[in-house]
Design a protein around this ligand. Sequence first.
Ligand SMILES: [Zn+2]
Ligand SMILES: [Zn+2]
Length: 228
Amino acid sequence: MASLAENATIAEYQKFVKDLYGISNDRHFTTSDMLANVERFLMRGLKGIRKGDREKTKFNIMISLSWSISFMNQMHVDVEEETWKRFPYLCSYCGSCPCVCKENKIEKRRSVSADESRRPKTLADFQKMFEEIYPSSKRTLEHAGIHLAEEMGELSETILSYRSVRSNVDFDNVKAEAADLMSCFFGVLNSMKLNAAKEIAFHFSNNCHECHKMPCECSFEKILTYKS
Ligand SMILES: [Zn+2]
Ligand SMILES: [Zn+2]
């Protein structure tokens, strides 16, 4: 029985998801299919926000997050590394913690350099870091949800660009947008006062949360018609 501990790192979470769903995803889904699955559950999560349904939001956001990690496995992007590079305990835009983009009307991205001694260790530490950079008290859950959708669109755009020319610059953009998407997943989770590490550990306490196999043996039809 494979499970994920509450004090797991993002890298361990990514590896776990790869072991669990990598084979199934590689066989069944193209890049576009993977993106569609990230979006599919993300939008269900947003529907949960609109309807004030906390459970629906929580479940679908957690599923979307796992699909996005799976997608990054397919793209061979190190999520933890890219997230830290983009958000080294600082807003990636204004370079401050907490972020002052709004107050100071920052219009140009500042370059940020990382102080490695501040690097969060666990997934839970990353969530805390994002709460400090972007305090949830300064926005509504709806706002966090809209921002998440916005970043989903930006990631899709970078994938489209990358798939046209396949340049390194475009791939760097994919990595940056992947990190932005992560920051917004944490944003929604922080706005909901949810402990992501705890939810993930609960979700993956016994292999795949549906078929309870490692690797997952859920049928293609089951994945396509999955209701949550
Ligand atoms: Zn900022
Ligand atoms: Zn399964």
